[in-house]
Ligand binder design. Structure first.
Ligand code: BES
Ligand code: ZN
Length: 457
């Protein structure tokens, strides 16, 4: 292994430059004007695979292109599928970024850019580990396949369809995904569960134009006031979501898992301080980690109505809207949330308001079995690279394709997050520590070796 380690050291700076080149591409999947940038990101990644001797295809479909790559097939070795996403979240509010989101800048050993941690920096670690093996040994100790997509942040609809139609191409023994976080800096984690999600946009229309709030106030329903009342009715003061039947399918945490979560070295004060808060809140009766990872949520992700400029403007706005997300836990069906929400909205919507609810994407939660030889092998690789054994966690975020892989390929994902909770994913000043980047490449190098040892086992 010494020579692979040397290779990683010799090429460390180039790897960083390659990451920065990828981060310069504004591949925002939610923004329809960014199609050419998404395409450029796909081509850049295809170039990486080509240069290291993997067969690569750019697959066009209904949405941003997929990048598929495959190492030369070797009989008798396990086949590992690596998934990642090259699309990124929108960058607003722009004025909160210290340096522009698509001009990667290193400060204090961390690269700041949109997509640094989520997920370009993380996915590239597996590409670079494959490069190191190919360059030094001329081969990989496993059969490696990569499938990279450009619409994870908006629901992965094309890849979900592609899986159903390409089971053989994607067939594998294990799926590796690095698109999450370590438990704490230097404390690796294997993530055994992700929450699901159901997203909506609610639009309330009142009068046919903005009105003088003096001349008309008191006689018409103000859509912004109505929106506040409606949103407040969706969750009670104990943090319990108020949609009909919402809790029927919620899988409660087992006493054993509650004990496991309680045993994790979670520093609640540090968590609170990092967020600039003086108190934490959530569903009554649950701990912070339970609320974060294993309980459902309702959040308003965006609110729009009325006058947003400087000073006062006295109007009754004609329209008010909100973007909503419900995080879901195992057994909850994302398709049941829309009908339940419509039923509740119909009950609480005041007269004089025309209401429209737009269904956006949804995905189911996943709970992954720890009884999996690849997970045990991964634990060894993590311990080797981090000098500490991993803890077994869940995450509160969602990766829509994980449940689709399980359904379509019958294979569970192995979730190895290389990021940190304070990497500002989805926020201004997203970053990724370069030492995390290099350590993750070393872990990935070792991962393929440990998986190779499972051959014939
Ligand atoms: N990398 C995240 C998922 C994640 C976040 C995993 C935190 C572990 C910890 C992923 O890119 C993401 O943000 N997914 C979206 C999916 C949604 C838009 C369908 C999410 O969770 O909001
Ligand atoms: Zn994300």
């Amino acid at each position: 292994m010494a020579t692979i380690d040397q290779y990683l050291e010799t090429h460390a700076q180039r790897f960083e430059q390659e990451l920065f080149d990828l981060l310069r591409i504004p591949s925002i999947s939610a923004d329809t004007t960014r199609k050419a940038d998404l395409r450029r990101a796909a081509e850049a990644l295809a170039g990486h695979f080509r240069r290291i001797g993997l067969a690569v295809e750019i697959i066009e479909g209904d949405g941003p292109a997929l990048v598929y790559a495959q190492s030369p097939r070797q009989e008798g070795l396990p086949t590992v599928l690596v998934y990642g996403h090259y699309d990124v979240q929108p960058v607003e509010p722009l004025d909160k970024w210290t340096t522009p989101p698509f001009e990667p800048t290193v400060r204090d050993g961390k690269v700041f850019a949109r997509g640094a941690a989520d997920d370009k920096g993380q996915l590239l670690t597996h590409v670079k580990s494959a490069e190191a093996w190919m360059a030094v040994e001329g081969r990989l100790p496993v059969n490696l396949k990569f499938i990279l997509e450009g619409e994870e942040e908006v629901g992965s609809s094309y890849l979900a369809k592609f899986i159903g139609e390409n089971r053989e191409k994607l067939a594998c023994d294990c799926i590796v995904i690095s698109d999450g976080n370590q438990f704490a800096p230097g404390q690796p984690a294997i993530t055994c569960g992700l929450r699901g999600i159901a997203c909506f946009e609610l639009i309330l229309k009142g009068p046919n134009r903005d009105l003088h709030s003096g001349s008309f106030g008191g006689t018409v329903t103000n859509p912004a006031n109505a929106l506040a009342r409606i949103l407040a009715a969706l969750i009670d003061a104990d943090g319990v979501i108020q949609l009909p039947g919402f809790h029927d399918d919620v899988l409660p945490l087992s006493p054993a898992e509650r004990e496991q979560l309680a045993g994790l070295p979670f520093d609640e004060d540090h968590y609170m301080r990092d967020l600039g808060l003086t108190a934490l809140a959530g569903e009554r009766g649950f701990t912070t980690l339970e609320r974060r990872w294993a309980r459902p949520t309702f959040d308003v992700c965006g609110l729009t109505s009325g006058y947003q400029g400087e000073g006062a403007k006295t109007i009754i706005p004609a329209v008010a809207s909100a973007k909503l997300s419900f995080r879901l836990v195992p057994r909850q069906d994302p398709h049941k949330i829309g009908p339940a929400l419509r039923e509740k909205l119909a009950e609480v919507c005041p007269p004089g308001i025309a209401m429209e609810l737009v269904d956006m994407h949804g995905t189911a939660a996943v709970h992954l079995s720890q009884d999996n030889p690849f997970m045990q092998a991964a634990a060894k690789a993590l311990e080797h690279a981090f000098g500490a054994p991993p803890v077994f966690t869940r995450e509160g975020g969602s990766i829509p394709i994980v449940s689709k892989f399980a359904q379509g390929l019958g294979v569970d994902a192995l979730l190895l997050g290389w990021g940190q909770d304070d990497d500002n994913a989805h926020s201004p000043n997203e970053k990724f520590s370069l030492s995390d980047f290099h350590r993750a490449i070393r872990a990935s190098v070792r991962l393929w070796e440990e998986f190779g040892r499972l051959a014939g086992a």
